[in-house]
Ligand binder design. Sequence first.
Ligand SMILES: [Zn+2]
Length: 274
Amino acid sequence: MTQPARRFGRYDVTILHDGVFEAPIEVLTHAAGEAARQAALMQWGQPTLRIPVKCFLLRDADGLVLVDAGTGTSWGDAYGHARAALAALGIARDEIGRILITHLHGDHALGLFDGDRPYFPKARVLVPQADLSFFSDEAKRAETPDNRRGGFAIAATLQRLYDGRVEAVSGLQEILPGIDRVPLPGHTHGQSGYLVRDAARSLLLWGDALHLETLQASDPDIGLVYDLDGATAVRSRRDILNRASREGWLVSGGHIEGFRTVGRRGDGFMLSAA
Ligand SMILES: [Zn+2]
């Protein structure tokens, strides 16, 4: 069930559950090499990774905003439940006016599409500039393995179906009232966190800065093969955990189960329910 909205600044924020992503543990990586990777796998202790998939509904006086759009119907029945969650809240798809995409991967962006039509017929879609340009680059596509080309198809479909309503975001700009972009490169080149500013306690929606909240908070050198640039992803992960703990932000993201605080623990960090 969808939890009640929580207020941050001018927005009421609701977490929408889209599904569960399952992957073999072979996708786990470690920046320090194989021995450290084996230790991380021991710590995980399960035969597969089960990763929740989330997106977010924000409501303010100007209307409704989504942060990420879920998976839609493209990846089968285990995904796409954010649509039903929106419907259960009494929200029609044409009421969504603005959609902020953290990065152009399927579990965050395929929900924008309804076959050959836009699923959200009235929405403007704000997308990281660096993702749009990378995933629209034919030379980059050609050098990317087949099984990692999803973002390229998404960029093409997005431009076609939302023609004239796609806006690129970059830098540290305020992209909507009360929402700042926070660059988190590495998982993709343009990955963007969206910081919902609040005088007391802001909320950072960090996309895929972490996929495995316990493991990667305790050791930010742990990554997944889905990180396009693993070394940069590690740096972004460490930096953002540090910054969130220092600023006292709450965090959530595409693969985090709720709202979390970030604290330091040993050499790493710990997320706690908030
Ligand atoms: Zn993801």
